[in-house]
Design a binder for this molecule. Structure first.
Ligand code: SF4
Ligand code: ZN
Ligand code: ZN
Length: 355
């Protein structure tokens, strides 16, 4: 049988079947449609304006590595006028994050982007290795997720950036929609499909890969021969997300548009007024100044639990721990430095050095 021509350019040989559409296309057309779709998402959602300083949350994994590469490519091609940075969080996971950060350091050189690394150890005085040694491997991701969210904002504030972009892809968002439905978490369901989130006093966050399929991101990284790290975290026990992921993959196998359809369904949900009224107003943490819906932010509550040797209780019964805490900590307890945003501040970053 003669080779099939590309369905888009009709000249080159088709070597890729696009997971999103099933179209058979050539490599160059795949790069072009993938990049153009991300560009269209950025433009349609008006994510940036010229002069914005944007930090790319970089873990060394496939999603954020492709994001860094595509953001740099589109910024140059379409003249977005963005100042781009790589921002990495070092959770302190031996045998995982230390290796993946080596990949980010190589990306810094390969893409010529300044890099800032902020560690849990310097911010909270705890590595994830130490957290797991205390709380075990059941609730570790709760600590890690809360600590990461705040660490990214603090890293971004130190860089003086206006905006953080993350590599969350369409599969991640569809999975989150399913998980929020399964948990009945309607407030989160209302927010999880937003491409861009920002509340007062927080740095804007967005997901330019909101409509990009995971399989296409892997393909893009593979055909572009990008340098990324592909090992799972050694402490990854999020079994519930695993079920949602397996369910989504089986839906995708039967009908590839299932991923986008679930995102569109999530977007169409409207959060009822009673649910909105039930959401707590945002204030700032009395101890560390970070945005919070209670007197103490989640990170301060969890950190206090760790410091008192009650890390597991801090997850299971944070209300009890909060009511036992005063906003002033014991003198012996480690706390998080006070959070201050300094838009446009000079960035303390490592400039890329030639390899
Ligand atoms: Fe952190 Fe859990 Fe992710 Fe590992 S799997 S990096 S512990 S959130
Ligand atoms: Zn082609
Ligand atoms: Zn706090």
């Amino acid at each position: 049988m003669p080779p099939k021509p590309c369905a888009l350019c009709h000249t080159e040989r088709a070597i890729i079947k696009r997971p999103k559409t099933g179209q058979q296309i050539c490599k160059d057309c795949f790069f072009r449609v993938f990049e153009t779709e991300v560009h269209n998402t950025i433009v349609d959602s008006k994510l940036f304006k010229p002069g914005d300083r944007v930090a790319i949350g970089a873990s060394g994994g496939k999603d954020s590595t492709v994001l860094a590469y595509v953001m740099k490519t589109l910024n140059d091609r379409y003249d977005y006028g963005l100042e781009l940075f790589l921002l990495s969080i070092d959770e302190g996971i031996t045998g995982y994050r230390d290796d993946s950060l080596e990949t980010v350091k190589r990306n810094q050189v390969q893409y010529g982007l300044p890099l800032k690394i902020l560690s849990y150890d310097e911010l909270y005085g705890w590595t994830m290795d130490a957290v797991v040694a205390q709380v075990g491997r059941k609730n570790n991701c709760t600590f890690c997720g809360v600590f990461r969210r705040q660490a990214l904002d603090r890293g971004a504030a130190a860089l003086g950036v206006d905006h953080i972009v993350t590599g969350h892809n369409a599969d991640d968002i569809a999975e989150t929609v399913l998980m929020n439905i399964m948990r009945g978490d309607i407030a989160r369901l209302g927010r999880c499909t937003l491409i861009c989130t920002q509340s007062e006093d927080t740095i804007k966050r967005s997901k330019p890969f909101k409509y990009a399929y995971e399989k296409e991101i892997v393909m893009y990284a593979y055909f572009k021969k990008l340098d990324y790290f592909s090992t799972e975290c050694i402490y990854a026990p999020d079994a519930y997300r695993g079920h949602a992921r397996a369910f989504l993959k089986s839906l995708e196998a039967a009908r590839p548009s299932a991923i986008i359809d679930i995102i569109h369904s999530g977007e169409a949900f409207e959060v009822a007024e009673q649910v909105q009224q039930g959401m707590k107003a945002q204030q700032t943490c009395k101890r560390c100044g970070y945005i919070s819906s209670n007197d103490l932010c989640k990170a301060c509550t969890l950190l206090e639990g760790l410091e008192r040797g009650l890390g597991s209780l801090a997850v299971k019964d944070s209300k009890k721990l909060e009511s036992d805490s005063t906003t002033a900590p014991d003198a012996s307890m480690r706390t998080i430095p006070f959070f201050q945003r300094t838009p446009g501040a000079a960035a303390a970053v490592e400039e890329p050095t030639p390899a």
